[in-house]
Every structure is written in structure tokens, then in C-alpha cells.
Design a protein around this ligand. Structure first.
Ligand SMILES: [Zn+2]
Length: 240
């Protein structure tokens, strides 16, 4: 385990020192985007994974600590992993390709899993998908084969929760900028977030949230400098 020094302490990571978080990276750990008691407050090292249960009614704040850091995210019903986040159902129900405040994140059965209650960047992505060492190798060359991607993070973290490869569906990418151009073209371009920007999502049932703090260093989705994330769960408070 490697320890990363930060302005407010240290973070553990299996990723070697020097692979991410360049010296002098600005970090803003910010705070919860919802009132109520803090029941969980975790920090995810650059390139690492995380999972947690968010109880029905509680609010998860995700902090983009270093700015423009993609937080790849899967959501499951905590009691029935077969009920899980669905990109096409979420987009079709709201009739819009972007995730913003008010977006209901739905399962493949159309059931609400979580609702975005606050959002400090213009729009969040749920189309761009997750990186993997296979897609990296195809896109960027065989020299990237040793790099792990979000798919590998999802598999490793999911294994702790009884999830396998068949449970990995299309995901959300908090803080990633994937514009849909007028002709329908997708881009993965420079970010629109900044250190300390947040998104808050309220659980509509007990949910399992799995995060890959994206290790991608071959395109601009993480500003070529993976940085930490902060995960805060609050209970019993209204949105700020
Ligand atoms: Zn990724």
C-alpha cells in the first residue's frame, strides 16, 4: 500500500507514487452539499475504487477535490443487485441526454434509485462509458496495456460486494465532460469542473454505490492528472 501525502493528511492507494496527482495539484476537499448529520465521510485516492451503502433518504455528496476528475459510478438496489442503474431508462424517462439537478437515476425497470438534488457544474455525463485496459490498448496502443482502467476498478471493488463481470453495466461519469454536438457527435474533452465542485444525489431506496476514481491518463477526462475524490453521506437534512 502506498501513502499519498495531501494537504490534510494521507491517503492509501495501491497505485505507485508518481502515477498521478502531480506535485502542487490544487486540492479543495469542500464539504457536504446537503444539511443533516454526516454518517459517512471517505476519501478515494487517485486511481482507486470505493463502494458504500446509502440508505433511503440519505444524500451522497461527491466532491471533485482536484477538479475535472471523472468519478465513474454504478448504482444497485442494495438488497437486489439485479435492479441496477440503467443509462437508456434514465435518458428516455427525462427525454434528455445530460444528467443535471432533478435527474432521476433509474433502474432497468424504470424505478428511481437516486435523484440529483444539487449540482455545481453545468451537466454530468452518462454516455461516455468506462475505460478499461482493453479499450485503452485499442485506442492508445499496446504500451498502455499495463495501466488499469475503470472496468478493472469496478471488478475489484465489486468483488467485495458479491458483484461480477455480468453486473457491470453502462455507468455515470460524474464531472466528466462529454458534449453531444449538434450533429450527435460525442466528445471527451477538457473538463468543465474545478477543485471543490460537488454533486449531491439522494437515495430513493437503499442503494449500493460503486465508484472508480478514473485512472485514465491517455485523454483529457482527468486533466491528465488523476486526483482524489471525497464521498460524504448525510442523513436527516434537506438539500442546501
Ligand atoms: Zn476511467
Amino acid at each position: 500500500m502506498t501513502l499519498f501525502a495531501t494537504t490534510t493528511g494521507t491517503l492509501e492507494s495501491t497505485v505507485p507514487v508518481g502515477a498521478s496527482m502531480a506535485d502542487g495539484s490544487p486540492l479543495d476537499w469542500s464539504g457536504p452539499l446537503s444539511a443533516g448529520a454526516v454518517v459517512l465521510d471517505d476519501r478515494i485516492a487517485p486511481c482507486a475504487s470505493w463502494s458504500g451503502i446509502v440508505a433511503s433518504g440519505d444524500v451522497l455528496t461527491i466532491v471533485d477535490v482536484g477538479g475535472n476528475q471523472s468519478a465513474d459510478c454504478l448504482i444497485f438496489d442494495a438488497l437486489d443487485h439485479g435492479r441496477r442503474y440503467s443509462v437508456p431508462d434514465t435518458i428516455a424517462w427525462q427525454g434528455n441526454a445530460y444528467v443535471r439537478e432533478g435527474t432521476v437515476l433509474r433502474s432497468g425497470e424504470g424505478e428511481p434509485l437516486m435523484t440529483v438534488t444539487a449540482n455545481e457544474i453545468d451537466r454530468q455525463d452518462t454516455i461516455g462509458g468506462a475505460c478499461s485496459k482493453e479499450s485503452n490498448t485499442l485506442r492508445y496502443g499496446y504500451h498502455t496495456h499495463f495501466q488499469h482502467g475503470c472496468r478493472e476498478n469496478f471488478l475489484a471493488e465489486g468483488a467485495k460486494r458479491g458483484l461480477g463481470a455480468r453486473d457491470l453495466v453502462s455507468n455515470l461519469n460524474w464531472f466528466m465532460n462529454v458534449p453531444v454536438e449538434q450533429d450527435g457527435t460525442l466528445g471527451i474533452v477538457d473538463g468543465i469542473s474545478a477543485p471543490g465542485r460537488r454533486v449531491a444525489v439522494r437515495a430513493e431506496r437503499d442503494v449500493l454505490v460503486v465508484i472508480s476514481n478514473c485512472p485514465q491518463m491517455n485523454n483529457p477526462c482527468n486533466d491528465f492528472n488523476p486526483t482524489p475524490l471525497r464521498m460524504i453521506v448525510t442523513s436527516g437534512g434537506a438539500a442546501l
